[in-house]
Design a protein around this ligand. Structure first.
Ligand code: ZN
Length: 290
């Protein structure tokens, strides 16, 4: 069994993702002077697990937290931390809207109807919280628009707005000294407000931005930290797929043919069959927007 906690580089310790109720990776970055938490957890209960581990290890508790994007699973753990919250302005705006709500099953249903969350989040929230009326949403204290540099003492973190389909406020957090890039959920498809989608342009732009860092370790919130050669190998296939979509539009037969040729396989692997649906939905939306 995988251990729940792991030191992945000189200054970084993480708590691994757990999929039962969609708990993302939480991380602390420890500098000589300050410690930064990356994402707050999906509930105070989730946060408390990481807190007690850090305490047990004699690891300094975080001085501030930075959010990768506003989604509930990354932010609803904030009340447990009671430290200054750093976030992109879009993240802050969304959390301010949610902070005004009284939480109940009815509230979840209304948010679903408005496309602000989806049925999956609703069911995960209900599983994570025995009583949803206990949800408290915190509004960030320190807000940036494009990018921010956080100096922890001998360790510098670059936070940068990258956007994309998954969430318009998605940020990358790059820990320079450890050459580690936290990507949040940025590479995922859009998940709220209708069928899931990818747009080739947005997806490719995220990859271009990713390559501009000289990262050696890549951390996606719901995955496992991956070293460069493996990450690039995997991402290259996705990039190729997005390029075929960009080239052939809604000609799925052609895309299928190109991709199976590229992978040198007889039939399209499942992950790309699903991605095809997401990309076709993205293309439909782009056409509608014109
Ligand atoms: Zn997300």
């Amino acid at each position: 069994m995988m251990t729940r906690f792991e030191r992945i580089s000189e200054h970084i310790t993480i708590m691994h993702a757990e999929h039962e109720t969609d708990r993302p990776i939480l991380a602390v970055v420890k500098g000589a002077d300050k410690t930064l938490l990356i994402d707050a957890g999906n509930s105070p209960k989730h946060a408390a697990l990481f807190q007690s581990y850090l305490k047990q290890e004699g690891h300094p508790s975080p001085d501030y937290v930075v959010l990768t994007h506003w989604h509930w699973d990354h932010t609803f753990g904030l009340p447990a931390w009671n430290i200054p919250v750093i976030a992109q302005s879009g993240t802050s705006e969304m959390l301010r809207q949610l902070a005004g709500l009284e939480w109940s099953k009815e509230t979840l249903r209304e948010l679903e109807d408005k496309g602000i969350i989806n049925d999956q989040s609703s069911s995960d929230i209900t599983k994570e919280y025995s009583d949803v009326s206990g949800i408290r949403v915190i509004v960030p204290d320190l807000v940036f628009k494009e990018q921010l540099e956080i100096d922890l003492g001998g360790v510098i973190c670059d936070v940068e707005l990258v956007g994309g389909d998954h969430a318009a406020d998605s940020c990358y957090v790059y820990v320079r000294e450890d050459k580690t890039l936290f990507m949040g959920d940025a590479l995922g498809p859009s998940i709220y407000g209708g069928p899931r989608y990818y747009t080739p342009g947005n997806f490719l732009a995220l990859l271009t931005r990713m390559r501009q860092y000289e990262a050696e370790i890549f951390v996606e919130s719901h995955g496992i930290p991956t070293e460069k050669s493996e990450f690039y190998r995997d991402i290259h296939r996705w990039e190729q797929f997005a390029l075929f979509v960009a080239q052939h539009g809604d000609n799925t037969e052609m895309i299928k043919q190109e991709m199976t040729g590229y992978l040198n396989v007889d039939s399209l692997p499942n992950e790309f069959i699903q991605a095809m649906d997401y990309f076709m939905e993205g293309i439909r939306r782009q056409k509608d927007a014109l």
